[in-house]
Design a protein around this ligand. Structure first.
Ligand SMILES: C[S@@+](CC[C@H](N)C(=O)[O-])C[C@H]1O[C@@H](n2cnc3c(N)ncnc32)[C@H](O)[C@@H]1O
Length: 482
């Protein structure tokens, strides 16, 4: 192999470089010894010295693909999962956990600087997860009639598993093909058992998995939730139609394989042309049809289609971080935008006079109201609203005091522009912005500061070890001038 020494590069040339940063979508940055920037594809770690083949020469940088790792980075570790590199979930499993935390800290800081134009944003070190494995309380598996074939299977004449059935995770960027997974290191052990039992039942009963393009097949998703505190399991089989007799047999199969666990089995049904793991109707096959989880001394009821933080022990740390910066006073009214099942709302309720949660999903709002009742909380009100129509709610909210503090916890895309402008019109003294996407936080944070707020602190919390996701709690305060 020849090394490039000159400054002229061509497609196909081999270059040597050191990886300096990780980017999205399996891309990394590096620099050649002459300073030229390189974007290189591959599951790499900062500090890896590699050889890469040039794919494209652009005016200001080179695109390349890894050919060989010459010297591995000291940040590397051996990934536990045999699907690492194929499954899109744990993209950082080859990196030591301490190094993952440094990378996530930099990711938040970089987004605030480059997208939000913040200068030296006050980002504190990431709060690490206590359990870096088996931490998820919810996993969504997909069925597919197109199993993703592993590279080593492509040349085999006979496959050990059928090509027409898969239960596991979608390959990144492909909504049709699914990797047939036996075990996930992020799932609780009980969830992995439900996965195995479901595969066994589906194959024994020759049940057809969903085919996206043809829009045929019965089995769509398997969603398993686990309540850490009570060790209860919810199994939600999402199917294209309801077959009561079959679901009863499925229930017996699962329950007999999961003896000793309190269970509920539900069947969500949808005929939609998509792979989203929710149904338009729900059938409770056994048990209560919901789970109860305990967080911060409160009980929360969670239905199959309700949002609930997927890492229960880290959720407590996240909520405590919100509490620490919210600076609540006993006379305060606070709003909790995108409140889900009301977890943050109810967590903060005892520290102020009135809490108001706003959320669009029916089942979440119902759960939030039931959760207030369940915990004997009388100063919480919940309203169903699509927050892009937040302004239309203001008349109703006039029955309450104006909010001194607003908590907002939007989905990955961030706040709808209209929701953001209505929130800013309310001029709360403090805004606590909880975000699972640093880029959205940076974009919305910039808008918030342009309206007379100062960014006081950003606390990243690692809710999802081994993935590239990071949650942050940012606190903005209205400046005296506004
Ligand atoms: C990141 S979750 C936050 C949930 C909650 N704060 C918690 O910690 O459990 C975002 C929530 O926003 C809700 N949501 C998404 N789009 C919305 C919209 N346009 N209007 C209101 N709520 C929305 C989702 O249903 C989800 O419950």
């Amino acid at each position: 192999m020849s090394y490039m020494a000159e400054e002229t590069f061509r497609k196909g040339d081999i270059i040597a470089l050191t990886v300096t940063d990780l980017a999205e979508k399996d891309q990394c940055f590096g620099r050649l010894d002459n300073g030229m920037a390189v974007m290189v594809g591959g599951m790499l770690a900062v500090g890896d010295r590699i050889l890469a083949r040039i794919k494209k020469v652009r005016p200001r940088y080179i695109e390349a693909i890894t050919v060989e790792i010459l010297e591995p980075s000291l940040d590397r570790t051996v990934p536990l999962c045999s699907w690492f590199g194929v499954c899109g979930g744990c993209k950082l499993m080859h990196i030591r956990y301490e190094a993952q935390l440094l990378y996530k800290h930099k990711k938040v800081k970089d987004a605030l600087e480059h997208i939000g134009d913040f200068i030296a944003p006050p980002v504190t070190p990431v709060l690490a997860a206590m359990a870096p494995f088996h931490y998820r309380n919810k996993i969504e598996f997909s069925f597919s009639s197109m199993r993703y074939l592993l590279p080593e299977e492509l040349s085999l004449e006979q496959l050990s598993r059928p090509k027409e059935f898969a239960l596991g995770f979608h390959t990144p960027g492909n909504f049709e093909k699914v990797i047939d997974i036996d075990y996930c290191y992020l799932a609780k052990e009980a969830m992995n058992r439900v996965l195995a039992l479901t595969r066994e039942f589906a194959i024994a009963n020759a049940l057809a998995p969903y085919a996206v393009k043809a829009h045929t097949g019965f089995l769509r998703n398997l969603v398993v939730r686990f309540s850490e505190n009570r060790e209860e399991i919810m199994v939600n089989l999402v199917t294209s139609w309801h077959d009561e007799a079959l679901m009863q047999r499925y229930n017996i199969h699962i329950e007999s394989g999961m003896a000793g666990h309190k269970m509920t089995v539900v069947n969500n049904v949808t005929d939609r042309h998509n792979t989203v793991a929710t149904g338009d109707s729900e059938f409770i096959i056994s048990g209560e049809g919901y789970l109860t989880e305990r967080l911060g001394g409160l009980d929360f009821r969670i239905s199959a289609n309700s949002f609930f933080q997927t890492n229960s022990s880290q959720a407590e740390i996240l909520y405590h971080s919100i509490f620490k910066v919210a600076g609540l006073r006993p006379a305060d009214t606070i709003y909790d935008l995108y409140c889900g099942t009301g977890t943050i709302t109810l967590y903060l309720a005892s520290y102020c006079r009135q809490v108001i949660g706003l959320e669009v999903v029916d089942s979440s709002i119902n759960d939030a109201r039931k959760n207030a009742e369940l915990n004997g909380i009388g100063n919480a009100a919940f309203f169903k609203v699509d927050l892009k129509d937040f302004h239309a709610m203001l008349n109703t909210l006039e029955n309450y005091d104006a909010p001194r503090v607003i908590i907002t916890d939007p989905p990955r895309a961030g706040m709808h522009a209209k929701a953001l402008s209505t929130m800013l019109r309310l001029r709360p003294e403090r805004i606590v912005y909880v975000s699972c996407n640093p880029a959205s936080l940076a974009r919305d944070g910039k808008e918030i500061t342009l309206h007379g707020y100062q960014l006081l602190s950003v606390q990243p919390v690692d809710m999802f070890p081994h993935t590239s996701h990071i949650e942050s709690v940012a606190c903005f305060e209205r400046t005296a001038l506004c």
